[in-house]
Write a protein that binds this ligand. Sequence first.
Ligand code: PMP
Ligand code: GLN
Length: 380
Amino acid sequence: MHHNSKLPNASTSIFAVMSALAHKHNAINLSQGFPNFKSDPKLIDLVSKAMNLGYNQYAPMPGSLVLREAIARKFDGLYNSSYNPETEITITAGATQGIYAIISAFVRQDDEVIIFRPAYDCYDPTITLNGGKTISIQLEAPLYKMDWQEVRSKVSQKTKMIIINTPQNPSGTVFSEEDMLALQRLTEGTDIIVLSDEVYEHIIFDNEKHQSVCLFSDLKSRSFITASFGKTFHNTGWKMGYCCAPKALMAEYRKVHQFNVFCVNHPIQIALAEYLDEPSHYMELSQFYQDKRDLFLNLIEGSRFKFRSSKGTYFQVLDYSNISKEGDVDFANKLTIDHGLASIPLSVFNDNGLDNNVLRFCFAKTDETLKQATDILQKI
Ligand code: PMP
Ligand code: GLN
């Protein structure tokens, strides 16, 4: 049987590839982004409690109202920004599913979607599956700074959506208030939808303030926010998240969401609703991960890797050009197979595989693991 692939250029995700290679060679795995420590036992108890109370059947399609209300309270408290829990917030099976359904709800054949590279891996294939065209803007290492003149030059009549991600995976950079104002000016008076991937909103360092689209009223009026409980509460395997947007946009989103997943894990939603109401559960995260970043960077002091410290996310990029000029995929493979440490090569997230000899390391690991990993990096 012959069939034309809808994604002829897609290969297995680099996260699956590198985690499998780490497993095969028994390497320390700082590649795929997930913690190697447990999530809060209190949260696990709350899930058990919800199961025992009988929340074992379908949740309402947009999500349990108690969780949507808790999320709305979080937006009020943190950003002084209101989203109506009935009509403007939907619970998703992780951020990935939210992103998939948002793009599917709006992007048609030949619509253009602007993304910034290095970009998280799910944006481009989802745009392609919906017949859209990805317009890539390559940010330059090592600063990965936005050039809004260039963005302006790439906006056209066909631009349907702009996808931003701050704090940014994989570069560990963050948008400034000026960046957000530039984006707001650029999109004002247009029908462009902004998809703001804010899964690392609570992991931001050095007293930087997270610039959510909801802080900018015109931007907010055209934007979706996607968020991930997996990233925030150390349980990426639970695949829970949410998205929010003004009512008219959310109504379109839900038309797709109901046939994409209908609803997501019910007992976990009940548990998260209670857990989220204690702000320290997410407010302490930045300091927690800043300490991990600092430990990681202190422990590689004196090594041959070059770096600028990550400003957010739980990733640190390291430049190995002082050590080798070989391609980053080859170098990452060698580091895993010969030295027992797995990372992610950045070229896979870049336009046309641009290779700056940079690898991404996940520091959401126990201090012990970070110590073992940096011992290896010191010897390279
Ligand atoms: N966006 C970015 C930038 C990510 O790093 C991730 C991975 N957490 C996701 C989206 C997907 O999140 P989830 O695991 O909740 O689907
Ligand atoms: N977000 C995680 C990362 O960047 C991986 C998620 C996945 O494996 N799809 O590493």
